[in-house]
Design a protein around this ligand. Structure first.
Ligand SMILES: CC(C)(COP(=O)(O)OP(=O)(O)OC[C@H]1O[C@@H](n2cnc3c(N)ncnc32)[C@H](O)[C@@H]1OP(=O)(O)O)[C@@H](O)C(=O)NCCC(=O)NCCS
Length: 299
């Protein structure tokens, strides 16, 4: 069944198609059917960033999707995996995942599994690593605080791409330059600099019901708070989201005080190689850490 381009499910015959050719409104309707917050514009962006498949029935209705996001030759993430509720638990998810995984050779893979998908990924050999906390809500203006000593904030411009990508690479472990280039173009960005060095950055863009802050990369909690706080203040009263693997410490406490409560969790899982090292706390070796995900699909 792995690479077959069609599958018979009870009275449905599903055929696989290229997600790049799918109608964006049909993709939007699919994600709405599983209560995901993506707007059609958010689908447009993920489609530019990755490749993938749709499953459609004989009259062209889009009933499933799955995508792959490549970060250089050594790592890729899988995301936007959806089966229409009326077809779930019949094998569509596994059929789409088998097809996507077959495209990846021996590359290590990562994904963020929702509760309903964890069993599917486990049965495909993925190992659970860390929990991601989806923090969101109506932003509450945080009190002003001093920046870490010797640092200053400045906006990120396109010319900062190489430095942003280097900091992100040190934290993420794979080169996301192309993704960051696209995100910088559609986001506001702030960098925290110390002398000539960037020690933290955060991007903030329109997404779903409001805005999402991510990715956020920083040397420690204080630096992460310094780049996130201005966006919380600016968006006070509006809907704001940040996905983080930080469970304890000043950063998640700051999110909680800012109105971004834990709404849900997903599980970061990997295939073929360990994805996330450490315990989610800032490493002692002076390496930066990912405090906010770009998105659940992109890691
Ligand atoms: C996750 C999802 C894509 C799975 O798709 P699906 O077409 O139902 O998957 P399959 O029918 O191939 O089932 C895959 C496995 O999950 C199990 N499964 C499916 N639905 C289940 C349910 N409601 N409860 C428990 N197990 C379930 C199946 O038994 C199967 O297990 P097996 O491989 O051990 O036999 C689908 O549930 C979905 O779209 N959920 C909402 C969106 C989402 O969370 N996507 C995941 C993003 S990471």
């Amino acid at each position: 069944m792995t690479n077959s381009s069609s599958i018979q499910l009870e009275s449905f015959e599903l055929t696989m198609g290229d997600i790049a050719k799918a109608d964006v409104d049909a993709l939007h309707a699919l994600s709405l059917s599983v209560s995901w917050p993506h707007r059609a514009e958010d689908w447009q962006i993920v489609r530019e960033l990755g490749q993938g498949i749709v499953a459609h029935d004989s009259i062209g209705r889009v009933l499933g999707s799955a995508m792959l996001f490549d970060f250089g030759p050594y790592f890729a993430t899988i995301g936007m995996v959806i089966t229409s509720p009326r077809l779930q638990a019949l094998g569509t998810g596994r059929w789409m995942m088998d097809h996507i995984i077959a495209q990846t050779g021996s590359r290590p893979l990562g994904l963020n599994a929702t509760h309903s998908s964890k069993r599917l990924y486990q049965s495909l050999g993925f190992n659970a690593e860390q929990v991601v906390y989806q923090c969101q809500g109506e932003a509450i203006a945080p009190p002003a605080e001093l920046l870490p000593p010797g640092t200053r904030l400045r906006p990120i411009v396109e010319a900062d791409l190489a430095e942003v990508a280097a900091l992100d690479l040190a934290a993420y472990g794979a080169d996301r330059t192309l993704l960051l280039q696209r995100l910088i173009a559609i986001s506001e960005g702030l960098a925290l600099v110390q002398g000539d060095n960037m020690v933290a950055f955060a991007l903030c863009r329109r997404f779903g019901r409001g805005h999402v802050i991510g990715p956020v990369v920083a040397m420690g909690d204080e630096e992460a708070i310094a780049v996130v706080r201005p966006y919380v203040a600016e968006r006070a009263g509006g809907f704001l989201r940040l996905d983080t693997r930080q469970q304890t410490g000043p950063f998640p406490q700051f999110l909680m005080r800012s109105g971004l409560a834990i709404h849900d969790t997903v599980t970061s899982m990997s295939l073929r190689q360990v994805w996330l090292h450490g315990d989610g706390r800032p490493p002692a070796d002076g390496k930066p850490l990912t405090y906010g995900l770009a998105s659940q699909a992109l890691g």
